[in-house]
Ligand binder design. Structure first.
Ligand code: ADP
Length: 361
């Protein structure tokens, strides 16, 4: 498969003209971010509320143009609100704890984040959530990924959540794990502009207005990257800690470091690092091949003084089961991969207990 670069995508989407602005989306400086990973492309386009309907067309054009680049498997473009000229938001003062969104009746909220898209963050979130549940915890998973909800599909859930009283939503559920998605919270037909207050609003609704309780752990699948939306979530939510998912390639690890730093900046403890697609297992002979420099995430974890939670191989079974709505932790419970996720989940439990004790004393 041809390797797609960010430059190729920029060149392709430069054919998208902005009708009323006399220029294309790239040269007008409206593209704030392009991520490419394993054929998966994510594009951020800036707009203001007034221009939303014009820019929705441009957004669609960009998705189409990017998906036509050879080697691209999937392209997603999202609209975000123009950055304000004001300086970057300062980290929240921890004494203003009440400004952080809490979920009533939920023990610990844990963010699963990655420096960039396509590293298997959602797959890892789902399997860890299911593994925590198999360890006897009451677990929920919340899909906060603005690039499109993949958690319901991976959890084998379809449809919309119901409400009995017209205000509070009942989360969807499968495999004994409750589930909500950002995709349920936005009107389908309208162009969606993801801006700080809206992200916070949707997040707040998903945390406060959903019948999560009682839960021990709520896993939040964060949008990939370390931009404004991610920062808003990291600093605006009462997070017990964060798990960072990364692949072994150096470049991904550089991004992973950005992720680590983002949580550090807003004083959210790092529960640990998971290395996904760490090595390759041949589906024919079962042989292990370390195609990438192995141990990158472990070394990074050591260097940053945070726990290394474990390594998950690149294996077609993991992809098939999660994309098919029957994640490996529940569909092949005795497989070595299910065990690897169970081990990671066990370490997460230990780490949360340790963090909880640290806050009590
Ligand atoms: P992200 O949330 O980081 O964008 P996803 O979890 O959606 O990434 O994963 C991207 C693709 O890679 C999906 O098709 C998923 O099934 C696949 N994938 C994730 N982890 C693995 C793995 N360890 N082995 C094989 N395929 C994987």
């Amino acid at each position: 498969m041809a390797t797609v670069t960010e430059d190729q995508i920029a060149k392709a989407i430069a054919q998208a003209n902005v009708p009323d602005m006399d220029g294309d989306v790239v040269s007008l400086g409206l593209v704030s971010d392009i991520h490419v990973k394993d054929g998966m492309v994510q594009i951020m386009i800036e707009t203001s509320q007034e221009r939303a309907s014009v820019m929705e067309e441009v957004r669609k054009d960009c998705e189409k143009l990017a998906s036509e680049v050879p080697g691209v498997l999937n392209a997603t473009a999202v609209l975000t609100e123009e950055r304000e000229a004001a300086p970057a938001q300062p980290a929240l003062d921890l004494t203003q704890d009440e400004r952080r969104i809490k979920a009533p009746g939920v023990g610990s909220i844990i963010a699963v984040a990655s420096g960039k898209g396509g590293v298997g963050k959602s797959t890892t979130s789902v399997n860890i959530a299911l593994a925590l549940s198999r360890h006897g915890k009451k677990v929920g998973i919340m899909d906060a990924d603005i690039y499109g909800p993949s958690i319901p599909r991976m959890m084998g859930i379809s449809g919309q959540p119901r409400s009995e009283d017209g205000t509070r939503l009942i989360p969807m559920e499968n495999y004994d794990v409750k589930c909500m998605s950002m995709g349920f919270m936005v009107p389908e037909e309208e162009p969606t502009i993801w801006r700080g207050p809206m992200v916070t609003g949707a997040l707040e609704q998903m945390l406060r207005d959903v019948e999560w309780a009682p839960l021990d752990i709520l896993i939040v699948d964060m949008p990939p990257g370390t931009g404004d939306a991610q920062l808003t979530m990291a600093q605006g939510t009462e997070l017990a800690g964060a798990i960072i998912v990364s692949t072994p390639q150096d470049i991904a690890l550089l991004d992973a470091r950005k992720g680590l730093n983002m949580f550090r900046q807003v004083e959210v403890p790092i529960i640990g690092l998971v290395e996904n697609m760490s090595y390759y297992i041949c589906p024919k002979c079962g042989d292990e091949a370390h195609i990438f420099d192995n141990g990158g995430a472990k070394e990074t974890a050591e260097k940053y003084g945070c726990p290394f939670l474990g390594a998950i191989p690149l294996d077609v079974e993991i992809r098939k089961t999660s994309d098919g709505g029957q994640p490996i932790v529940v569909s092949k419970t005795s497989s070595p991969h299910a065990k690897a996720y169970m081990d990671i989940a066990a370490k997460v439990i230990v780490e949360i207990d340790r963090l909880n004790q640290a806050t009590v004393t």
